[in-house]
Design a protein around this ligand. Structure first.
Ligand code: GDP
Ligand code: MG
Length: 170
């Protein structure tokens, strides 16, 4: 039969990497050039049907600012999945993403499905982080990797779909 799965998912990553934009694209199919920055965290839910299951994502979009860092465990604790987002045109955001991965590996649910999103893939001319180095990093650290664009919608549904496929079937 078709299983119904509730999955808490958290987005983590540097301010401006595009976390809120990815959620807006996934949940509402929209993009705005001047996305307001997130205060604290925002909650969304979206249902996705995969082959054998219907997954209801309970999505926590976090702020990313250092001053909210101490709140992050509230959002990633008990999470079934995380998307760690960086901006392919910003090397510092990639370094910040690695810090989040380390923190999740140390403090998060050991069975968490972790995705690394190299967002703003449309900004090819401004690229600072190659897909190859991100892929190698992801592979070495047990994440799966995709480059996404909240602006063009490239790989946005796909990354959530891939997470849904990887969630444990209870
Ligand atoms: P957050 O702080 O991680 O939530 O980032 P936001 O979603 O607020 O996005 C920060 C800025 O980057 C906004 O001006 C967005 O319009 C822009 N942005 C987000 N995703 C993309 C993308 O895929 N491509 C481009 N070109 N800009 C993006
Ligand atoms: Mg935001």
């Amino acid at each position: 039969g078709n299983k119904s799965i509730n999955a808490k998912l958290v987005l983590l990553g540097d301010v401006g990497a595009g976390k809120s934009s990815l959620v807006l694209r996934f949940v509402k199919g929209q993009f705005v050039e001047f996305q307001e920055s997130t205060i604290g965290a925002a909650f969304f839910s979206q249902t996705l049907a995969v082959n054998d299951a219907t997954v209801k994502f309970e999505i926590w979009d976090t702020a990313g600012q250092e001053r909210y860092h101490s709140l992050a465990p509230m959002y990633y604790r008990g999470a079934a999945a995380a998307i760690i987002v960086y901006d392919i045109s910003n090397q510092a955001s990639f370094e910040r993403a690695k810090k989040w991965v380390q923190e999740l590996q140390a403090q998060g649910n050991p069975n968490m499905v972790m995705a690394l999103a190299g967002n703003k893939a449309d900004l090819v001319d401004a690229r600072k982080v190659t897909a190859e180095e991100a892929q190698v990093y992801a592979q070495e650290n047990g994440l799966f990797f995709m480059e996404t664009s909240a602006k063009t919608a490239a790989n946005v549904n796909d990354i959530f779909f891939e997470i849904a496929k990887r969630l444990p079937r209870v």
